[in-house]
Ligand binder design. Structure first.
Ligand SMILES: Cc1cc2nc3c(=O)[nH]c(=O)nc-3n(C[C@H](O)[C@H](O)[C@H](O)COP(=O)(O)OP(=O)(O)OC[C@H]3O[C@@H](n4cnc5c(N)ncnc54)[C@H](O)[C@@H]3O)c2cc1C
Ligand code: SF4
Length: 569
C-alpha cells in the first residue's frame, strides 16, 4: 500500500479515517468506494494479510514454552492485557499492546484490551455478530436510564443487511423480535449434544431458543475469501481470510479503488478546528517511530480509533472555541462508559452419544438470545434489561487421560479415545449507561510520545449485580432439564473492560445538551467530525456490538458523502 509522508500540499485529502480496526476498515471501504480520496491513519505497525500471521500454522510443540508466555514476561509487559487469561499466549501475544509501553490508570479496575496495528482488534475478535433490536433502541426511553437513542431499528436495518452481506456472517433465522434475523450465510452445524440441548430447551422453556452462534466465519467461499477450515485458530489471523477482518476484507476493498492511502505508525493526537470556517480542517499526528510531528488535512474526519481512544482524541482537541475538547460542551464526553458483564453461567456432563463425534474444531458454539424482560410475561422484579448465553458442547480430549497417570499400551489406547461429553455456557449481560462511569485524561502522567494517559473510573452497580445469580441459575436449570449430570454454576467475577466491548463516552442523542453525537454520528458542535466506533453507543444491549459499529459506520459514510455533495460539510 502507498505510504505518504511528503509535504503539506500532498497532505490534503477528502477524508481522514483515524484507526484501521473494524470501524476504520469499514469507513475506509465506504468512503473510498464512494470516490473520496481517503487517508487512513493507524497508530500501530503495518500488518499485511497472510504474510504477517506469523503463528497461524504453528503447532503447540513449535513454541519453546508450548504456548505459555513466561510469568516474568507477563509481569513486566502484560500485567493488564493478561487479565483475560486467554489472550496473552505465545501464539497470540504479538497482537496485544505491551502495558509497559501503553500505560493507563485505574481509579477502579478497568481491563482495557487493545491491539495497535493495521487491522486493530478485527484480527483478534471472537466474531460473534448480532443485531440490536427495538427492545434495545427503546430501552433507555422505557426505563429512564441514560438518554433515548436518536435512531430506531428501522433506521439501521438496511445497513445491518448490507454489513452482514459483505462481511459474511453465518447464522439461523429464528424470527425473534429481540434478536432480529439477518442476511446470513448457511449456519455452522450443531454437534449431537448441542442439537439435543436445543430440542430440550424448546420443549421445556417457552420463549428460550438455542441457536447457532452467528459469527463472521465463512461457511462458503465469499467475496474472494475462502471458507473456514474449522481450525479454531482465528485469534492468530487467518491465512484463508476465513473470518472477517479489516486486513482480509475492507482494507483490500478500499485499496482496490485507488483512493486509499494508508499510513501506519501515525498516532493522531488531536483534531484541528478552524474557528473562522467553523469546522475541523485536519488532524495532528506524531510518527510512532521518529516522533516527527505533522499535520494532515481533509474535509471530513472519521474517528474510528475505538471508543476510549476516539474520545481521548476529542478531549485532547482543545481550542479557544472548545477549551475542553471537541464534543465536550454537553458535559457528557468521557461519561456513560459501558461494557458487558459476563463470566457467570453453568456447566454439566452428559452420559450418552458415546458413539458420536464431530467434524474439526468449529470456531463457535451456540447462542441463547435474551429471554428476560422481553415482554410482560418475562418481566423481572429485581433488575431491568437482560442477558444472552454463549456456550458449546464437546468431548473431553486426551488430556483427561493424562490425569490418570497411565503408561504403555493402555495409555496410548486411552489417549486416542475421545472423553465424555461436556457442555458449558457463560452469560453476557447488559450494563446500564451510568453518567458517573467515566474516563478522563491525565496530562501530568504522559506516555512516551508525550500524550496524556487515560484514567478509568467505572464500576458495575446494583442492576448488574442483581442479574448475576439469575445468569448462573437459569443456565443450570436448562442443563438439568436437558438431562445433564454434575451441573455446576459458577461466577468467576467480572470487571468493566474484560468483556472487551467498551462503549459509550461520546454517546448519540437527540439533544446537544445531553449527548455528543447526533443521529448520523456527527459531533453536534462540529458536524464534519463523525465518531462511528463504540464511543457512539447510547446503550449497550446484551449482544456483541461490533456488527452495530459496522452498520453505523457504513450509514455515516453514506451520509457524509451526501452532505459533501450538497456542500453541507
Ligand atoms: C479477544 C477478543 C474477542 C472479541 N470478541 C468479540 C465478538 O465476538 N464480537 C464482537 O462484536 N466484538 C468482539 N470483540 C471486540 C471487537 O474487537 C471490537 O468491538 C472492535 O474491534 C472495535 O472496533 P474499532 O474499530 O472501534 O476498534 P479496534 O478494532 O480496536 O481498532 C481501533 C484502531 O485504531 C487504532 N488507534 C487507536 N488510537 C489511535 C490514534 N490515536 N491514532 C491512530 N490510530 C489509533 C488502533 O491501533 C486500532 O488499530 C473482541 C475483542 C477481542 C480482543
Ligand atoms: S477456524 Fe476458520 S476462520 Fe478461524 S483461522 Fe481457522 S480457517 Fe480461519
Amino acid at each position: 500500500m502507498y505510504v505518504n509522508s511528503k509535504g503539506m500540499e500532498e497532505n490534503t485529502y477528502d477524508a481522514i479515517v483515524i484507526g484501521s480496526g473494524i470501524s476504520g476498515g469499514w469507513a475506509a471501504k465506504e468512503l473510498c468506494e464512494k470516490g473520496l480520496k481517503t487517508l487512513v491513519l493507524e497508530r500501530g505497525r503495518m500488518v499485511e494479510h497472510v504474510k504477517d500471521y506469523i503463528t497461524a500454522n504453528k503447532e503447540p510443540w513449535e513454541f519453546p514454552t508450548r504456548e505459555r508466555t513466561p510469568p516474568e514476561e507477563i509481569k513486566e509487559h502484560y500485567p493488564k492485557q493478561s487479565r483475560t487469561g486467554y489472550t496473552v499466549r505465545e501464539s497470540s501475544k504479538h497482537w496485544f499492546v505491551k502495558d509497559s509501553e501503553h500505560p493507563y490508570q485505574e481509579t477502579k479496575r478497568f481491563d482495557w484490551m487493545r491491539g495497535y496495528h493495521v487491522g486493530g482488534r478485527s484480527i483478534m475478535w471472537g466474531r460473534h455478530s448480532y443485531r440490536f433490536s427495538d427492545l434495545d433502541f427503546e430501552a433507555n426511553m422505557r426505563d429512564g436510564h441514560g438518554v433515548d437513542w436518536p435512531i430506531r431499528y428501522a433506521d439501521i436495518d438496511p445497513w445491518y443487511t448490507y454489513a452482514e452481506g459483505y462481511a459474511g456472517i453465518h447464522g439461523m433465522n429464528e424470527g425473534l423480535p429481540q434478536l432480529p434475523d439477518g442476511n446470513f450465510l448457511p449456519p455452522m452445524e450443531f454437534n449431537c449434544l448441542e442439537k439435543h440441548f436445543r430440542e430440550k430447551v424448546a420443549e421445556n422453556f417457552g420463549g428460550r431458543v438455542v441457536t447457532m452462534g452467528r459469527t463472521a466465519n465463512l461457511t462458503q467461499n465469499h467475496n474472494g475469501r475462502v471458507k473456514c477450515q474449522y481450525r479454531n485458530r482465528c485469534i492468530r489471523g487467518c491465512p484463508y481470510g476465513g473470518y472477517f477482518s479489516s486486513n482480509a476484507a475492507t482494507l483490500p476493498a478500499a485499496q482496490a479503488t485507488g483512493n486509499l492511502t494508508l499510513r501506519p505508525d501515525s498516532i493522531v493526537t488531536s483534531i484541528i478546528y478552524d474557528k473562522e470556517q467553523r469546522k475541523a480542517v485536519g488532524v495532528n499526528v506524531i510518527d510512532r517511530e521518529t516522533n516527527e510531528a505533522m499535520e494532515f488535512n481533509a474535509k471530513v474526519i472519521f474517528c474510528c480509533a475505538s471508543a476510549v481512544a476516539s474520545t481521548s482524541i476529542l478531549m485532547n482537541s482543545k481550542s479557544d472555541a472548545f477549551p475542553d475538547g471537541i464534543g465536550a460542551s454537553s458535559g457528557e464526553l468521557g461519561h456513560n462508559l459501558m461494557d458487558h458483564h459476563f463470566r457467570t453461567g453453568a456447566s454439566g456432563d452428559y452420559d450418552g452419544f458415546a458413539d458420536q463425534y464431530y467434524y474439526g474444531r468449529k470456531p463457535t458454539g451456540f447462542y441463547i438470545p435474551r429471554f428476560r424482560n422481553v415482554d410482560k410475561a418475562s418481566e423481572q422484579k429485581d433488575y431491568v434489561r437482560g442477558f444472552g448465553y454463549q456456550g458449546g458442547g464437546s468431548r473431553e480430549s486426551w488430556q483427561s487421560a493424562v490425569a490418570e497417570m497411565g503408561f504403555g499400551a493402555s495409555l496410548k489406547e486411552k489417549i486416542v479415545e475421545p472423553g465424555p461429553w461436556r457442555m458449558g455456557m457463560t452469560a453476557f449481560a447488559e450494563t446500564l449507561p451510568y453518567h458517573e462511569n467515566k474516563m478522563t485524561l491525565d496530562y501530568e502522567n504522559t506516555d512516551k510520545w508525550g500524550q496524556p494517559t487515560v484514567i478509568f473510573d467505572a464500576e458495575f452497580k446494583e442492576n448488574e449485580m442483581a442479574m448475576r445469580p439469575d445468569m448462573a441459575n437459569s443456565a443450570a436449570e436448562m442443563l438439568e432439564a436437558a438431562g445433564f449430570k454434575n451441573v455446576q454454576t459458577y461466577d468467576a467475577g467480572s470487571w468493566p473492560g474484560l468483556g472487551i466491548h467498551e462503549m459509550g463516552t461520546a454517546r448519540m442523542g437527540r439533544d446537544p445538551k445531553t449527548s455528543v453525537l447526533n443521529k448520523w454520528n456527527q459531533v453536534h458542535d462540529v458536524p464534519n467530525v463523525y465518531v462511528t466506533d463504540g464511543a457512539c453507543m447510547t446503550s449497550a444491549a446484551c449482544v456483541n456490538p461490533s456488527l452495530t459499529y459496522m452498520a453505523l459506520t457504513a450509514r455515516a459514510a453514506d451520509h457524509a458523502v451526501n452532505e459533501l455533495k450538497k456542500m453541507n460539510l
